[in-house]
Design a protein around this ligand. Structure first.
Ligand SMILES: [Zn+2]
Ligand SMILES: [Zn+2]
Length: 292
């Protein structure tokens, strides 16, 4: 028990030190400034070459989503995630230790070239995320949490990281074991993270981009707009275009749907106008709704 309390305290202390040093000491290996820099770069593109020209530059919920971005990326780790995940990983390892299992690695890839590891991590993690994302749409109680992300009515880069923190727990806990089995930690590969943030920002940006023939590999703003439309095709009531970074899974499994560019499609879901409007009310909504 004492061991776990120490892990929790070390988790808080370690993350607090990490966060303050990130902010105080800019460097090339720094999430805080990469996230800020990418956000400014994509925002600049939205201002210079906007897709929906009638949409205000500071669209509906712009500042709310900026807050979500820093909350989900940093503050949530500080408040809960870091300490919690350290405890869960330790509990899990202790549990496996009961059966004499000390090494989870099933495929040895540390001898692979770094680009091979990078590609494998991208493909495996993205495929798991695609499946989790489909589940968020199909399982009713998970959909209540995922609705926060789908309550976006005007798209812009910051909508990317507007989501309920429960999603972080769901995604990370499902990814942990398969990635550990190929010798990856959840937060390995700094460059991969930066790459997926850049693609995710662009997916939600007010930009008309499809990447030409690469659209069959990479998710893009037009494809992801259709993921957010209010009126789904009647034969696919749960959703379409579940891709996170890669679009390839939707093409392979028949969930891709792009009838036209979707510039003027309404976004959200049925009765989105009745959805709570503030951070706190959106975060508490899935639980309070049950009681109502
Ligand atoms: Zn979704
Ligand atoms: Zn989205």
């Amino acid at each position: 028990m004492e061991k776990y309390i120490k892990i929790i305290l070390d988790g808080y202390y370690g993350y607090w030190n990490y966060l303050t040093s990130e902010i105080l000491y800019p460097s090339w290996h720094n999430y805080f400034y990469w996230l800020t820099g990418l956000s400014i770069a994509v925002f600049a593109l939205e201002v210079i070459v906007p897709w929906r020209k009638s949409q205000p530059i500071f669209r509906k919920d712009f500042w709310l989503d900026v807050f979500y971005m820093f909350f989900n990326f940093f503050l949530f780790s500080l408040i809960l995630y870091n300490a919690l995940s350290n405890v869960v990983v330790e509990l899990f390892n202790d549990f496996l230790g009961l059966f004499g299992i000390t090494n989870l690695i099933a495929i040895e890839i540390s001898s692979w070239p770094i680009w091979g590891q990078f590609l494998l991590m991208l493909i495996v993690a993205d495929f798991i995320q695609w499946n989790v994302h489909r589940m968020l749409h199909r399982v009713p109680w998970l959909w209540e949490f995922h609705k926060v992300h789908h309550s976006v009515e005007q798209m812009g880069f910051a909508a990317h990281l507007r989501y309920h923190w429960m999603e972080t727990l769901v995604y990370k806990s499902i990814q942990y074991l398969p990635l550990a089995m190929i010798g990856f930690g959840l937060d390995d590969f700094f460059i991969l993270h930066i790459f997926t943030i850049a693609v995710g920002h662009l997916n939600h940006a007010n930009l008309k981009i499809t990447y030409g023939p690469f659209k069959y590999i990479l998710n893009n703003p037009i494809m992801h707009t259709w993921h957010h439309v209010k009126h789904l095709p009647s034969d696919r009531p749960h959703g379409v275009n579940y891709g996170i970074t890669l679009s390839i899974w939707d093409y392979l499994f028949g969930t891709a749907y792009i009838p036209h560019d979707g510039e003027n499609e309404a976004l959200g879901f049925e009765k989105v106008e009745e959805f709570p409007q503030t951070f706190w009310s959106q975060i508490t909504y899935p639980w309070l709704k049950k009681k109502a």
